[in-house]
Design a protein. Sequence first.
Length: 262
Amino acid sequence: MGNSVEGLSIIVTGSGRGIGRAMAAGLAAAGANLTIADIDQAAAEAAAADILAMGGRATAVGVDVTDRVAVRRMIAHSVAEYGRLDVVFNNAGIAQVRRFGDITEADWRRMMDVNGLSVLIGIQESAVQFIAQGGGGKIVNTASVAGKRGSEALGHYSASKFAVIGLTQAAAQSYAAHRITVNSICPGIVATDMWDAIGKGFRNEGMTTRDDAAFEQALTGVTLGRSSTPEDLVGVAIFLASPGSDYMTGQSLVVDGGMVFS
């Protein structure tokens, strides 16, 4: 038992930057074999190169996580590289600021496709591989504190992250007999490019007068008194990928410095 990920074959989607890149680097440093998957092929290759330069094992693949055929190719790439698949992190996602009354059907569909449909596809196709090879597997989805508490300015984003939590619970029940666990991570206010874009969105919507004002306001609700860094998610990622979490499934672990207590 224990929290070792040594030798495990792990895919992290959206790992060309931000939280995904930090989790992938941390997992590689702990001895895992990484597949860096991102819609931005160049970003994926750069992240993989960094891991290789540190003495880790990594391969890069470009993928549109809303495309089932592309997801299958991603999984096949990982299996061809490492011989099997042990863990999949469905981490890729987007955010968008809109006043609730201004959310359009196009906004909704894009958000739900990238943040919701992609998780459904990622879970299903990972499970197909795990069942075919035998021995179980682990699936970890990136949700958000926005999936625990809705935000007026991020209504469709919040809905998509509530959907991730619901999919996590449903899939955990569906695949338990195959020894496949499904859990999710709910980050809080993480200093990444995504939050830079959110801050600009608040300003563009006329909700703040400065790009960083929304970020500063959000931090006032963090009990630990600071924003998260992507590296703050590495420990829980390693735990959920490791045998130490074998008896945990259907859970959503909040890693937010004390914003939402549930």
